[in-house]
Design a protein around this ligand. Structure first.
Ligand code: ASP
Ligand code: MG
Length: 270
């Protein structure tokens, strides 16, 4: 059993928020943002999926963009957007990238399936940063993965209320989604693929000689996050810590680097 949790493409969540805010203020500038977002995703499909297989993905994207357009247009006409509406709008970022990645892998003969996390992650109605109902979620995750044994490509960042309204887990919440699923499934490891080679001794943009810390305990990582280290969503640690699952922080652009491993116990740390 394995799962890949996806985030939205770079910058997309911010643009979706901007788009919805403009629309709800009766600013027709939202239309340009929508167009640009659509172009950006179509371009990604063009790069990742060969011409012969592209049509299905593009028509899926088209369906998603038309849905998104109708929601945002509704906000424009009503001059109003509720937190529930905003959560629904931002959920499109992960749904788009999830479909693109799943289709790109299928074209490369990787057996996989797209999974909208709304079907397994249940939360309360705090739409912007919802609290997870772990009892229901753990059960639903296990039941889903029992039936679906191929690689699951799962939308990070989003969940749903018991009556099916889309919620989000808070900004940067994809890492948290990965930990929620990893913990529910008793994964061997949870890997967070990011743009730096692990947790570092300082912010590498400010301190060029910053070094990667190869191993940290959960307590230490939590403390760093608390004091503002930006590499991990603080809540990410919790489900993994409860199940004592090591969390690795790895660099997408330098996959050979060993990164940082966060181990459950201070005593286990070398
Ligand atoms: N796409 C979401 C955000 O930008 C979640 C994430 O990236 O982890 O906050
Ligand atoms: Mg992110």
């Amino acid at each position: 059993i394995a799962a890949v949790i996806v985030s939205a493409m770079s910058g997309v969540t911010n643009e979706l928020i901007k788009c919805a805010q403009l629309a709800s203020k009766k600013d027709s500038g939202y239309k340009k943002i929508l167009k640009d977002l659509e172009r950006k995703h179509i371009a990604a499909v063009g790069e990742l999926i060969g011409a012969r297989h592209r049509a299905k993905t593009l028509s899926r994207l088209d369906g998603l963009f038309r849905q998104l357009e109708s929601i945002v247009t509704g906000a424009y006409r009503l001059q109003e957007l509720s937190p529930a509406g905003m959560a629904c709008v931002v959920s499109f970022g992960e749904r788009l990238s999830g479909h693109i990645l799943a289709d790109a892998l299928i074209e490369r003969h990787v057996q996989c399936e797209y999974l909208n996390a709304r079907h397994v992650i249940t939360t309360d109605e705090h739409f912007e940063a919802a609290a997870v109902d772990f009892v229901r979620t753990d059960k639903a995750v296990r039941a889903h993965f029992k039936k679906h044994t191929s690689l699951q490509i799962v939308t990070g960042f989003i969940g749903a209320t018991p009556d099916g309204k889309t919620t989000t887990l808070g900004r940067g919440g994809s890492d948290y989604s990965a930990a929620i699923l990893g913990a529910a499934l008793g994964a061997k490891a949870i890997e967070i693929w990011t743009d730096v080679s692990g947790i570092m001794t300082a912010d590498p943009r400010l301190v060029p000689r910053a070094k990667v810390v190869p191993e940290l305990s959960f307590e230490e990582a939590g403390e760093l996050a608390y004091f503002g280290a930006k590499v991990l969503h603080p809540k990410t640690i919790l489900p993994a810590m409860r199940k004592r699952i090591p969390v690795k922080v790895l660099n997408t652009f330098m996959p050979e680097d060993r990164g940082t491993t966060i181990v459950p116990n201070f005593a286990q740390r070398r």
